[in-house]
Design a binder for this molecule. Structure first.
Ligand code: ATP
Length: 251
């Protein structure tokens, strides 16, 4: 039995232009992925090595996953995504094996990115086994071994995401592991304008639709909320008339 459903390997097709706002995070991600590969000599000269892993944290729906895919796509890297809780299996030994084979697959497909979504999920499962070591502990130790082993291998980047940074095992945050922390926060008004524009690229809209007003009216909305609003508007237009050719603003 396999501990993990097959990890999908892909080069995502998401561009930076598909992500509204988050300018600083985009730059940091690009650096994290490109510098270790392009500027090895510079790091050596200055007597250090580039950060190993990146941890993105922040509320749900604010583009953590989207940006992980975008950086892979923009840098032309293979992308392996796994959710923290998926690494667990009830079969003894299978979970560690899953972690090992994930990293092996990433190395075999380098240059690549491993994306751990919901990395906090590694800490929640606590079922003690007969030898007193929980599956969570085993997965964690294997993960640390793999992360520490990446030091010399500059062509695999690990990116993790969480909504709950407080729940992350502090061992993961030590230098040489996930040592670059990036906050991915909710969009401000200008960002929301960008995000509306992105999600209305394929939806024809009436001249009465003001993207600026929409951005102003959606204080507190995330990118995911805006995406939903746009899709709902398109469906609403069709509900009004199946001949609809555009969405209109109605407030
Ligand atoms: P979670 O913690 O729930 O996984 P997340 O931060 O990873 O959330 P995403 O999955 O990246 O969020 O975002 C969900 C969807 O919301 C994206 O696929 C996209 O359609 C939309 N979205 C979110 N933020 C943005 C943004 N800044 N620009 C454009 N679209 C966005």
């Amino acid at each position: 039995p396999s501990a993990m459903r097959e990890v999908i390997l892909e080069v995502p097709k998401v561009n930076w232009e598909d992500v509204g706002g988050q300018k600083e995070v985009k730059t940091q991600l690009m650096e994290a992925v490109e510098w270790p590969q392009k500027h090895q000599d510079a790091f050596r000269r200055i007597g250090t090595r580039p950060p190993t892993g990146v941890l993105m944290f922040g509320p749900p729906g604010c583009s953590k996953t989207l940006m992980a895919r975008a950086v892979a796509s923009e840098a032309g890297l293979n992308f392996l995504a796994v959710k923290g809780p998926e690494l667990f299996s009830k079969w003894v030994g299978e979970s560690e094996k899953a972690v090992r084979s994930l990293f092996a697959k990433a190395r075999a497909n380098a240059p690549s990115i491993i994306f751990f979504d919901e990395i906090d999920g590694l800490a929640v499962i606590r079922g003690k086994e007969s030898d007193g070591v929980s599956v969570a502990d085993r997965v964690m130790s294997q993960l640390l071994v793999e992360l520490d082993g990446l030091h010399q291998r500059v062509n695999v980047t690990v990116i993790a995401a969480t909504n709950r940074p407080d729940k992350i095992d502090s061992a993961l945050l030590r230098p040489g592991r996930f040592d670059r922390l990036l906050y991915v926060g909710p969009p401000n008004e200008t960002d929301r304008e960008d995000i509306f524009r992105i999600h209305l690229r394929k939806i024809p809209y009436s001249s009465n639709v003001s993207i600026r007003d929409l951005a102003c009216l959606t204080e507190g909305c995330t990118g995911a909320d805006i995406s939903l609003i746009c899709r709902q508007a398109a469906v609403a237009a069709l509900e009004e008339s199946l001949d609809a050719t555009e969405i209109t603003m109605n407030i």
